[in-house]
Design a protein around this ligand. Structure first.
Ligand code: CFN
Ligand code: HCA
Length: 534
């Protein structure tokens, strides 16, 4: 049993210890390594997680720029999901239509006590009438907060009324904060409504030979624009991005793309699976965070389409992008090599960013997710072509998740090779564990106490996380970078983004501010006094 793990957990009561020990593992100590995940956080433990509403409204729907999102509930829920996530967008100037991006606005019914007692549907209708009077959007989304579920307001009936009254798209999202155990439930609810009401309703055919959607890219700090630029350089058309910087009108046409590229699997795998089911659209797990990852992802797309010209173009783009950053990259590597890092983010970045850190020679000593599921830690293989009772019988000990449409399994490398040799399409989704060194710690649903304790024992050079713990970390004398908001920097995706990331780290590590971390009067006297004795 890992000494480090025990050093941190052993301060807990027996009951809490029993729970937390399932969520904290040392890589290489289990066979196979298993992490308990996606379970309810212990009340009062000061988890970093958010709620279902945050996952639906804030994460998946929030970046859609031309939909008015009305938060039906108290004003705080609307305010705290407004503008903090840095999902960027610019208004489109389309022929004959006005520019439309409403991300700067915050729409809410601002429910008061009387609405809770007598019902808030009237107020919601009023908010829609106002939005139609002032803005006239093509789509309105209504997101429920906790009290709405408790008093039973029927947001779906109001949405239906709005569609009939105004001839627009109006969709209700029953994403009350208390549902599920984290943001993750909200992702699922948003995904379901997108496929039910929007995807497939457009008819704008792609113009290029190869077209894709980018799923799970939210354009934080402009990441999505960076990826889109790369793909365009290779001659690949991007039909829609889910949902960074995207518009309701683009998402309508998603079903017309040839392929879905999945960046953040956690938040959007449901759309990928459902689109495969409904439209037969294949999906590829890619990752545009990290230099090696970018190369691999572009090459995988080339392989998927299998066109020699496309593959050659991709190689040219890679060579050119590397050429542009080579000098700076070499310098940054020489400065950052050998540092250690800890990462604690939502549901995919703790993994993706380890790969970028590896590009700079930075080793990860601790990583965890707020709300990921076991497959995000342990990996997943999707075999869309076969059913559970097919050819795989001769492959021993495979675990099958109950899913009627997809055959989701955890497979060893050997097992995968057997299937590949049979010509079966495997969609591999490697988990975080596979990319971590033996002896590194994985901690699911890390809390404030564990953050402070791990800092003391592991002493990483950099701790990547979010706003809730940033200042605790920094005041403890460790560099903290926010991997959610990028601390107002970015983009970090793509080749150029990698260099911006490296520069931000170097700047943070070498600031003279670290020399002021200890109070000067603790080591040197600040006041001088002379005692005169007569
Ligand atoms: S942009 Fe994404 S990449 S969508 Fe998800 S799992 Fe959150 S908002 Mo914060 S930064 Fe984070 Fe991921 Fe996917 Fe962001 S790691 S917690 S819900 N996330
Ligand atoms: C959320 C959004 C968040 C919070 C970031 C943070 C984001 O979980 O509701 O805690 O710093 O990226 O904005 O993850």
């Amino acid at each position: 049993m890992s000494v480090i793990r025990e050093e941190v957990l052993d301060k807990y009561s027996a009951k809490v210890y029993k729970n937390r020990k399932e969520h904290v593992i040392t890589v290489g100590e289990g066979n196979p390594d298993v992490v308990s995940a996606n379970t309810r956080a212990i009340p009062g433990i000061i988890t970093q997680r958010g709620c279902c509403f945050a996952g639906c409204k804030g994460v998946v729907l929030g970046p859609i720029k031309d939909a008015v999102i009305i938060v039906h509930g108290p004003i705080g829920c609307a305010f705290y999901t407004w503008g903090t996530r840095r999902h960027k967008a610019i208004a489109d100037e389309r022929k004959g239509e006005k520019a439309d991006s409403y991300l700067e606005y915050c729409f809410s019914t601002d429910m008061q006590e009387a609405d809770i007692v007598f019902g808030g549907e009237k107020k919601l209708k009023k908010a829609i009438i106002e939005a139609m009077d002032i803005i006239k959007p093509k789509a309105i989304f209504i997101c429920s907060t906790c009290p709405v579920g408790l008093i039973g307001d029927d947001i779906h009936a109001v949405a239906k009324w709005a569609e009939e009254e105004y001839g627009i798209k109006c969709i209700g999202f029953s994403c009350e904060g208390y549902k599920g155990v984290s943001q993750s439930a909200g992702h699922h609810i948003a995904n379901n409504q997108l496929i039910r009401h929007i995807i497939g309703t457009g008819d704008k055919e792609p113009v290029s030979k190869y077209s894709v959607n980018i799923l799970g890219e939210y354009n934080i700090g402009g990441d999505g624009w960076e990826v889109e630029k790369l793909l365009k350089r290779c001659g690949i058309e991007v039909i829609s991005i889910f949902t960074g910087g995207s518009s309701y009108r683009d998402i309508k046409n998603a079903h017309l793309a040839d392929l879905n590229l999945v960046q953040c699997h956690r938040s959007i795998n449901y759309v990928a699976d459902m689109m495969y089911d409904k439209y037969g659209t294949d999906w590829l797990k890619i990752n545009f965070i990290g230099i090696e990852s970018c190369k691999e992802s572009l090459r995988a797309i080339g392989e998927y389409f299998g066109d020699i010209e496309l593959k050659a173009r991709i190689e040219e783009v890679i060579a050119d992008e590397i050429g542009n950053i080579f000098e700076e990259l070499t310098y940054l590597k020489s400065k950052l090599k050998g540092k250690t890092a800890a990462l604690y983010v939502g549901g995919s970045r703790s993994h993706h960013y380890q790969l970028l850190l590896k590009d700079f020679g930075i080793r990860t000593v601790l990583a965890g997710y707020e709300f990921a599921h076991r497959d995000d830690y342990e990996g997943r293989t999707v075999i869309p072509e076969i059913k559970p009772d097919a050819d795989t019988k001769n492959i021993e000990s495979i675990t099958v998740e109950p899913d009627p449409k997809f055959y989701k399994v955890f497979l060893s490398e050997e097992q995968k090779n057997i299937l590949k040799e049979k010509g079966i399409l495997l969609n591999d989704y490697p988990g975080m564990i596979q990319d971590m060194d033996e002896g590194a710690i994985i901690c699911d649903d890390l809390n404030h106490f564990e953050t402070e304790e791990f800092l003391k024992v592991l002493k990483p050079d950099i701790f990547f996380s979010g706003i809730k713990d940033k200042f605790v970390i920094q005041k403890s004398g460790f560099l903290s970078r926010q991997l959610h908001s990028y601390d107002y920097s970015g983009p970090y995706a793509g080749f150029t983004g990698s260099v911006i990331f490296g520069n931000d780290l170097l700047m943070g590590l070498s600031t003279p501010a670290w020399s002021y971390i200890h109070a000067p009067w603790k080591s040197n006297p600040c006041l001088e006094a002379r005692l005169e004795v007569e």
